[in-house]
Design a protein around this ligand. Structure first.
Ligand SMILES: [Zn+2]
Ligand SMILES: [Zn+2]
Length: 130
């Protein structure tokens, strides 16, 4: 899969059995539909954090289906993210996934999750062929 920003092939990192597509160039990452909720540890499982067809039209295309993505803010101080209107998944620019964790993961777990993600994105890049 190719980075929707740099168009370079992404690598796959694994976080708790979740496959995270990561761009080593811009440090952005892609999560398939439902994976963000898993990373946020299910606190909002019953809550729809993402309004897939809301927000405004963005310039980037979904790396899965090539539809133009939509740009919207996660609620409660969450970051601005790009989402596929066909619900393929979510694109996070560098730092945005961690901002989402800070806004939406359980308070007592957010720091741990952020640290793990930082290590994963920063120092433990073990590329796997897609
Ligand atoms: Zn990139
Ligand atoms: Zn899509």
């Amino acid at each position: 899969m190719f980075c929707p920003d740099c168009k370079k092939p992404m690598i796959i990192l694994e976080y708790n059995h979740i496959e995270v597509d990561f761009c080593t160039q811009c440090k952005g990452c892609w999560l398939d539909e439902g994976e963000m909720e898993q990373i946020l540890r299910g606190r909002h499982a019953a809550l729809d954090l993402v309004d897939w067809t809301g927000g405004r039209k963005g310039a980037r295309r979904c790396p899965r289906c090539a539809d133009k993505m939509r740009v919207l803010h996660l609620p409660d101080g969450g970051p601005e993210i790009d989402v596929c209107p066909a619900s393929c998944g979510i694109w996070f620019d560098q730092g945005e996934l961690r901002a989402a964790v800070r806004a939406h993961a359980p308070e007592n777990e957010a720091a741990d999750i952020v640290q793990t993600l930082t290590e994963m994105f920063g120092t433990r890049e073990e590329p796997k062929e897609e």
